[in-house]
Design a protein. Sequence first.
Length: 416
Amino acid sequence: MEFNLFTLVFLVATLSYVVTLLWLNIRQDKAVAKSFSAVPAEFSEKITLEQHQKAGEYTQAKLLVNHFEIIFSTAVLLIWTLGGGLSWLDSLWQTLTDDSLYIGVGFILSLMIIGSIIDLPFSVYRTFVLEQKFGFNKMTAGTFLGDMLKGLLLMLIIGLPLIYAILYLMGTMGEFWWAYVWLVLTGFSLLMFWLYPSYIAPIFNKFKPLDNLELKAKIDNLLIRTGFKSDGVFVMDGSKRSSHGNAYFTGIGKNKRIVFFDTLLEGMEDQEVEAILAHELGHFHHKHIRKHMITSFTISLFGLALLGYLINQPWFFHGLGVETMSNHTALILFTLVMPVFSFFIAPISNALSRKHEFEADAFAAKHTNADDLISSLVKLYRDNAATLTPDKLYSAFHDSHPQASIRINHLKASES
């Protein structure tokens, strides 16, 4: 196995990545512990000490699991790369067929399946131990297994043709193959955005029209006032899997849906639900979804162009433990190591996302009552056991939404 200077760069980057993640987790744990004995003053009227402490214990329990996930996933990354795992898997497929395209498809598909199997124990623990302990899990073993099998079937139906198309383009379109792959991935993403609400999401959950006529009248009025057109307002059976509540709208073009979890509707007043929806519509009004898609497509274009350079560099393959240069190993190597190198720009993207959340909140406060949005947010924090006192640095790296107290204070300021 031939290593080089890039091997050292990769190891230093990986060590920095792991140490930073663990350090941030420790900071978050200390921040939660520091405020454990008292509810922050701005929440003390609506959140009890018991509820606050449950959120703290839940956060700390998730952090502990994440400690092990970070260390384990890093070990798996090193085994796949410097440990020769990818080279072994590639060699195995080369003994099964001479067709480089089929080798690539089989290599990537088997890697995805192995990855899912490796992650399975953590997924089972999070669902049936961690979430169960804090009263959130509603999923049965049958539902869990059914979701897993459905996901595998979708991967085969949707993923296989996409993998084949990408590798085909990489092998036949010459020096600028990455531009053609980008066009395919962009078109595929837009197609999935369009298909998801009506065809993919119903595979996993049941959706029924909102039957609260009074609430529906308020929502219809809000939609008219804000100029939003959708394919309907639906309630999803989120309680089938978890007691966590949420709301979202999804889809593009005319195929857009507003979706409420049934768990969210159970604990909210009608005017609070309206305020939550107004926040989601704020993202639509400010074109946040479109901006996010454009940013994502731009980043993917630059990423593929970079891969177009790296795919011809022996030091890239050899430095990461892969002996035989090929399109499929280049694609997987790039996918595996990019999170290590891109992690430190996470605060930038999160800061932009938090800016969007403030804009959506301001929109909601303009079209509904800010107090209703504040009340609904506090209930969401309480019912989802979200910590009210996160560490600032941890939040900068991990949270796409503003801290609870900052967000509430922004809304209160908008009233004055």
